[in-house]
Design a protein around this ligand. Structure first.
Ligand code: GSH
Length: 214
């Protein structure tokens, strides 16, 4: 049995952060498919009792541990592998600062926006989508400005803060209705730098459940 198991599904950018990290550090891992869309698996009593009381993916199973929250999983894997690890207290705090900003305001809005646009019928209320899009544009601009100052979020080398931001950013532009890499040039260049790292793979190739048959 592989050392790490990751509860995930292909459309989840939140889970992609953990899957990408596992691949980039060369971990021995396998995905465990969670049937979020058809089976509503994250809402079942079994999932909430045995896998994650928060009812979310990703969940990383390792030894006796069941870890959720991608930021926690990234921190755990960085500590264990020594890779993509912030060095020293200042960098650790800086990484955490950007990971929380990402979870709440960048991928934290991109995920629900893409979900409402693609995966629910009827599609989400235009007012809600417009609100989310406004927040997304403003927050991507903040990331873009940051990436104009250095090649990676914390400076010259990639850390878990960069891996967190990858969340939804490699999914096809058609799924959003706008092209993030084209509209935000520094983010576009940074996405290419991340893509060049050994072990990088697209979310649809790394996690099970694509294409989605609704
Ligand atoms: N902050 C969390 C977000 C996790 C999350 O929202 N996952 C979604 C899938 S993309 C989920 O499982 N949602 C289930 C639900 O909200 O019912 C993380 O980064 O792990």
């Amino acid at each position: 049995m592989p050392e790490y198991q990751l509860y995930c599904f292909a459309q989840s950018g939140n889970a992609y952060r953990a899957a990408l990290m596992l691949n980039l550090i060369g971990a021995d891992w396998k995905p465990i498919f969670v049937d979020f869309f058809k089976g509503g698996e994250t809402r079942t009593p079994h999932y909430r009792a045995e896998i994650n009381e928060m009812g979310e993916v990703p969940v990383l199973a390792h030894g006796g541990r069941m870890l959720s929250q991608s930021g926690v999983i990234l921190t755990y894997l960085a500590k264990r592998s020594g890779k993509f690890k912030p060095q020293g207290e200042d960098e650790e705090l800086e990484a955490l600062r950007w990971i929380i900003f990402d979870n709440q305001k960048v991928n934290g809005f991109l995920g629900p926006f893409r979900f409402l646009k693609n995966f629910v019928r009827p599609a989400g209320d235009p007012t809600v989508l417009a609100f989310l899009k406004g927040r997304i544009d403003g927050n991507l601009a903040i990331l873009d400005k940051r990436l104009g100052k250095a090649p990676f979020v914390l400076g010259d080398r990639p850390t878990i803060a960069d891996i967190s931001f990858c969340g939804y950013l490699y999914y096809p532009a058609e799924e959003f209705g706008f092209d993030i890499a084209a509209e935000h040039k520094n983010i576009g260049s940074w996405l290419n730098r991340m893509k060049a790292l050994p072990g990088w793979a697209h979310p649809y190739d790394l996690m099970p459940g694509h294409p989605l048959k609704l």
